[in-house]
Design a protein. Structure first.
Length: 301
């Protein structure tokens, strides 16, 4: 079939599958970062298509902060069993207990940034030379600086000024001993593309993405789920509201949105009309103007 007869989702799918096959060809041991969120769910489906009828050749790796939404963890285990993949889970709590990182204190404490240490330790433990992630360029300005193949040095750090050219879909995965790569097959996808693909492929997703009644509280305009992992100020009162989550991460930094969207059609319509990006509900991105870039330079996803 000519590329001119392909839908935009077909073209994105083909590009991502090509990238995944390049990973299998160029690297010895790959991990697919899997949280149970929508982007990693799409990655799993793309990996299935890329290597069918064989099983997914990548180990699924989840860095668990211990402060995740229960619905996401339940879905993670459900999907892993469904596709027959190998799952490795490494805990931020273990990194804290081992003195590898220090728990944040205070009203805005979060384990989100601590994931970097656990991730780098896991990559070293299993000798993964590449980690596939679901980052997209439309998520945040620092993401837009990254290529499909993102080189990381022996300390797991990323240098935005040291990006390799990717002309004519040629990806350079050469590395020195101790270095590794992050690869982002969804780089050219948008949030809308992800939702339309989920709808087209009839993919299962966690219930947290759909509108539901939840106990929440408001902090500086962000709606947080009430949980034992977050301290609340006296004026921050818990109430029940109909909300959903556009992005899923650590409960301490992931905000919800008021929404009646209870179906995929309604979510797609809502995303089309949204004036705020999905990561606009993430408190970790608002810690500074360069919060995401600083984390990525240190080895973040």
């Amino acid at each position: 079939m000519s590329q001119y007869n392909l839908s935009h989702l077909d073209q994105l799918e083909a590009e991502s599958i090509f990238v995944m096959r390049e990973v299998a060809a160029q690297f010895e041991k790959a991990a697919l970062l899997f949280s149970g969120g929508k982007d990693s769910i799409v990655l799993v489906r793309l990996a299935q298509k890329a290597f069918h009828p064989a099983k997914i050749p990548f180990t699924l790796l989840h860095v668990d902060t211990g402060h995740n939404f229960p619905e996401t963890i339940e879905f993670r285990d459900f999907l892993v069993n469904k596709v027959g993949a190998r799952l490795v889970v490494r805990l931020v709590q273990d990194s804290i207990d081992q003195g590898r990182c220090v728990e944040e204190k205070g009203i805005n404490a979060s384990r989100n940034t601590l994931q970097t240490v656990t991730l780098l330790d896991a990559l070293a433990e299993f000798q993964f030379d590449v980690a596939i992630g679901g980052a997209r360029r439309d998520e945040e300005k620092a993401r837009a600086k990254e290529r499909f193949f993102s080189h990381r040095d022996e300390f797991g750090q990323w240098d935005p000024k040291n990006q390799r050219p990717e002309l004519w879909n040629l990806f350079n995965g050469r590395k020195a001993h101790g270095e590794h790569f992050r690869v982002f097959p969804l780089s050219n996808w948008t949030e809308m593309d992800v939702w339309q693909y989920i709808q087209r492929e009839r993919l299962d997703i966690p219930s947290i993405y759909f509108a539901h009644e939840r106990e929440v509280f408001d902090r500086n305009g962000t709606i947080y789920a009430a949980s034992p992992f977050m301290q609340r100020l006296p004026e921050e009162k818990v109430e029940k509201r109909i909300v959903r989550f556009r992005t899923v991460g650590d409960m301490t930094c992931t905000g919800a949105v008021d929404s009646p969207a209870a179906t995929l059609d309604e979510i797609i319509a809502e995303v089309a009309a949204a004036r705020k990006t999905e990561r606009g509900t993430r408190a970790d991105d608002r810690r500074s103007e360069t919060a995401m870039e600083d984390r990525k330079k240190a080895g973040y996803f």
